[in-house]
Write a protein that binds this ligand. Sequence first.
Ligand SMILES: Cc1cc2nc3c(=O)[nH]c(=O)nc-3n(C[C@H](O)[C@H](O)[C@H](O)COP(=O)(O)OP(=O)(O)OC[C@H]3O[C@@H](n4cnc5c(N)ncnc54)[C@H](O)[C@@H]3O)c2cc1C
Length: 371
Amino acid sequence: MLKVEFDCDVIIVGAGLSGLACADLLRNAGLKIIVLEADERIGGRICSITDRGSGQYRADLGPTWIWPKYQPAIAPWFKRLEIETFDQYEKGDALLDLQTKGPVQRQFTPGQDGIARISGGPQSLIDKLSSRLEMGTIRTAHRATKIEHHEAALKLFAIDKVHDKHLSLYARRVVISVPLRMASQAIDWSGKLSAKVLQEMNDTPTWMATQAKAVALYEQPFWRKTGLSGRVASQVGPLAEIHDHCSLDGSGAALFGFIGWPHQMRKSRGPELKDLIADQLVRCFGDQAGHYSALHIKDWATSETICSQQDLISPPAHPEVTSNRLRDPHFDGRLFFCVSETSPQSPGLIEGAFTAAQLTATRLIAEFQQL
Ligand SMILES: Cc1cc2nc3c(=O)[nH]c(=O)nc-3n(C[C@H](O)[C@H](O)[C@H](O)COP(=O)(O)OP(=O)(O)OC[C@H]3O[C@@H](n4cnc5c(N)ncnc54)[C@H](O)[C@@H]3O)c2cc1C
């Protein structure tokens, strides 16, 4: 019989919110874990801009909103991580941007019920969770490529992209915290996943994977002074909607927008995009809007670790709750999927990531108590 020397109890593949939240719970339960992250940075779809000088949070290029009133899993995690939330600013009139040459229309629009933001941005969740792990637990630029079953262990193969080195690790359990479509295509499952499981993984859209966001940073929220909420609905774009994105303490002002162009158009007309966004901001908010200190664009469709080929060729869609097949373990009970899209509640969202982590960790901790 093969005698395995385990590198750890659990390997978590993916250092997004689900993977890190799961790591936090497992570490608290005394398990030895290793987190492998393909990218050079951690956070996955969570990605914030910080001020170069002060290092202070300025804006989000990934998720922004939570709905604590309707998302019961949010409050316990925010309490646990000691992170505050605040209301999305929506006081005043919104703008309707209906024609590139004509004037924008001003219209009172009620705020969206229960929509909130995270003090310090969602990045604060990532920073808090990762800071609680022992040094060396997270290995960035390590892409998992293959998983094999070896007696009581799972053997995980990975590439260390910095040193261009192949490595393998043994663990009692493996948690896959990678978008399901990406995982189905980029990891070799040694024939151990059924066609049904692989099909469902491939059928589950990665929420927002093909979207792009733009953020304009300013010294002051000048639009607020004229009674504007910062909210814009546009039929002419390139930003399909725009929102106020100022920090809670007033240390930084910003507007953010979702780019309405499909990813193919963003690719072919990329060079003009920034100028057209700047024109739109001025059209909506006046000359001052042209004086941003920075204009950032993040196109998630170009992310090789988040957006799969299947996402690129499928119409954008919100993931539905998957079957239990994706929440049940595989590889004879040794491998779990734990990414926001596997959550039975708010799949694809921040709440989904926390819920997936909680469900997976609870199950694993109970199992390790029996071992
Ligand atoms: C533009 C945008 C706006 C959004 N807005 C909101 C919002 O307002 N509210 C909300 O609730 N949600 C929103 N979301 C969704 C939210 O960001 C996600 O639900 C959440 O971040 C998912 O976290 P996760 O850990 O489950 O997955 P991910 O963040 O996708 O993490 C997966 C990780 O796995 C890594 N990985 C991939 N392949 C491998 C491999 N082979 N080996 C090792 N690592 C690998 C990836 O690099 C990544 O770090 C938004 C997302 C985007 C992109």
